[in-house]
Write a protein that binds this ligand. Structure first.
Ligand SMILES: Cc1cc2nc3c(=O)[nH]c(=O)nc-3n(C[C@H](O)[C@H](O)[C@H](O)COP(=O)(O)OP(=O)(O)OC[C@H]3O[C@@H](n4cnc5c(N)ncnc54)[C@H](O)[C@@H]3O)c2cc1C
Length: 506
């Protein structure tokens, strides 16, 4: 690599870059690095690529066993799918109507809301009690609620429009993204739209109406396409297609290669000593018994793994990363003979924790994704999820129990009593990073420490948003930062990406 200065990791040209982690963030980074002319090696610990994106099969039909939906209002995920040759496989959900299982019945998910916060009480009339609705009306007359540098989503929303909005709407919607707790999660990081609104408006309902007005104007101008997209064959095929594109352009990808050590060295041993005699920072990576050298390294692994890798060279960043907590969950996929199984209309339902059920959501996968229904029209695939931050007891049970509780709750909610012809339980231990109040400040500190080490960048779901588009955005910003342009990283740190996975007809 020939940098313009000793301290600049210029990745244009022949720089050798190692990407640690073969999830969507690492693969997106590799893809972008090749665009910039770098030589790339991706090192993945496990024996498969994709991380939280996992294509699978049930009763002979392809399904996603991990992430299943892409927020298409952001350009990164659908853009990467197109670049990887999956453009004609992008598919919007067949139905955007969903329900909320609360107060003893499945109720239509209100359409007009921003992460569960309505613009008017009448918009959520079917879901909330009369007292809950009356409490929303009080928002307009309340004095300003200060949000300071950050505030918990639940705390702010409850102060403005009452706890029932949080407990029955915000909580299950946020839970679908973070498997977290609305009274802990940072509004600044998780719902930046509402955080901005809270700074500019006194009334929250008025702010939500303003956001909705802008969204409606964008829709009318034709700028807005589908909010969400899936991929025929599963979102889990995205990392595989990106990996194919990386390999086709000369990138190297090694699976079963856990990185155990990351150290700086004085010079780039990959390219021999630098010409000016100046010693430039380069990196030594120990992985799977091999020692590799690179001009730059992108660390695209979950926070605990990143903490372990950065401990030697960036101990302050490592300490911050070690403090990022994760939630565990499990997905239970059930396949029924369609002739035996009837389900209500729509793509599925969310379950507020306050209602005391075990499952926290269900997706009627064959209804939501045309490609699943087309593969076997006689099959009905349904999935449920269990587990959230602080609620790990349920995950201690065996797979059979998780299937049983899913069937029990599905029967209670929808009347579905048929026996499934196949079931699959997929456990996502420490699957979702938590963004508590102050997360953005922590990310800012991590990035400050990392920026002091030329040729080092970090990316992935632990930083600027847990969704796939956010993870890809952080990967692109990491590549720009390695190339000497920190603006993407600065922008993401200041304005995290709101993540939505489309569980409930937002
Ligand atoms: C069950 C579930 C459902 C989700 N649904 C959606 C959804 O529908 N839509 C959406 O947008 N988002 C969804 N998300 C969130 C999103 O999928 C993830 O946040 C995102 O994919 C994370 O990508 P990543 O590359 O940052 O991390 P990961 O996917 O965790 O990838 C990191 C990779 O690094 C590897 N690794 C770890 N340590 C090392 C090491 N020392 N050396 C080498 N490799 C290492 C891991 O094996 C892994 O492959 C979901 C998440 C979960 C858990």
């Amino acid at each position: 690599m020939r940098g313009s200065s000793a301290e600049t990791a210029d990745i244009a040209g022949t720089g050798q870059v190692i990407v640690i982690g073969g999830g969507i963030a690492g693969l997106a980074a590799a893809h972008r690095l090749l665009d910039r002319g770098a030589r790339v090696t991706v090192l993945e610990a496990s024996d498969r690529l994709g991380g939280k994106l996992l294509p699978g099969e049930i009763a002979g039909v392809g399904v996603d066993l991990g992430a299943e939906s892409l927020l298409a209002r952001r350009p990164e995920a659908v853009g990467l799918a197109r670049e990887a040759g999956l453009g004609d496989r992008l598919q919007p959900p067949s139905t955007a109507t969903a329900s909320i299982w609360t107060r003893g019945a499945l109720r239509p998910m209100p359409k007009g809301h921003v992460m569960g916060v309505p613009g008017t009480a009448s918009a959520v009339a079917g879901v909330l009690s009369q007292e809950g609705l009356a409490r929303i009306e009080r928002d307009a007359g309340l004095p300003r609620t200060e949000v300071g540098d950050d505030v918990a989503v639940g705390e702010y929303v409850a102060a403005r429009v009452g706890r029932e909005v949080v407990d029955r709407l915000v909580e299950p919607l946020l839970g679908g993204v973070y498997a977290g707790d609305a009274y802990r999660i940072s509004m600044r990081s998780a719902v930046p739209q509402l955080f901005e609104a809270a700074r500019t408006h006194t009334s929250l309902t008025e702010a939500v109406r303003a956001i909705q007005g802008r969204t409606a104007a964008a829709a009318q101008s034709g700028a807005a396409g589908p909010v969400f997209m899936g991929i025929e064959g599963g979102v889990g095929t995205l990392p595989l297609a990106v990996a194919d594109s990386v390999r086709a352009r000369g990138g190297e990808i090694l699976t079963g290669t856990p990185v155990t050590e990351l150290r700086r060295t004085g010079t780039t041993e990959a390219d021999g000593p630098s010409d000016g005699g100046a010693s430039r920072t380069a990196w030594r990576v120990v992985a799977g018994g091999r020692v590799l050298h690179a001009d730059a390294v992108v660390v695209a692994v979950p926070a605990p793994a990143a903490a372990a890798l950065l401990r030697a060279e960036a101990p302050a960043a490592a300490a911050e990363l070690a403090a990022v907590e994760y939630a565990s969950m499990a997905l239970i996929t059930l396949a029924y003979r369609r002739a035996d199984a009837d389900l209500p209309e729509g793509s599925g339902f969310l379950v507020p924790p306050v209602d005391g059920r075990t499952i926290k959501a269900s997706t009627f996968a064959s209804r939501k994704w045309g490609w699943i229904a087309d593969e076997d029209p006689d099959l009905l695939v349904v999935r449920t999820s269990v587990g959230r931050y602080g609620e790990t007891e349920i995950l201690g049970h065996d797979d059979e129990h998780l299937v049983d509780v899913s069937r029990h709750d599905l029967r209670e909610a929808t009347g579905l009593s048929a026996a499934p012809v196949a079931t699959r339980v997929t456990r996502w231990t420490d699957g979702l990073p938590q963004y508590p109040v102050g997360h953005h400040a922590r990310v800012g500190r991590i990035r400050e420490h990392v920026a002091k080490l030329p040729g080092l960048a970090v990316c992935g779901a632990a930083y600027d948003g847990v969704g796939i588009p956010a993870s890809i955005a952080s990967a692109y910003a990491a590549v720009d930062a390695l190339g000497g342009d920190p603006r993407g990283v600065q922008e993401l740190t200041a304005h995290p990406v709101q993540s939505l996975h489309g569980g409930a007809g937002e």
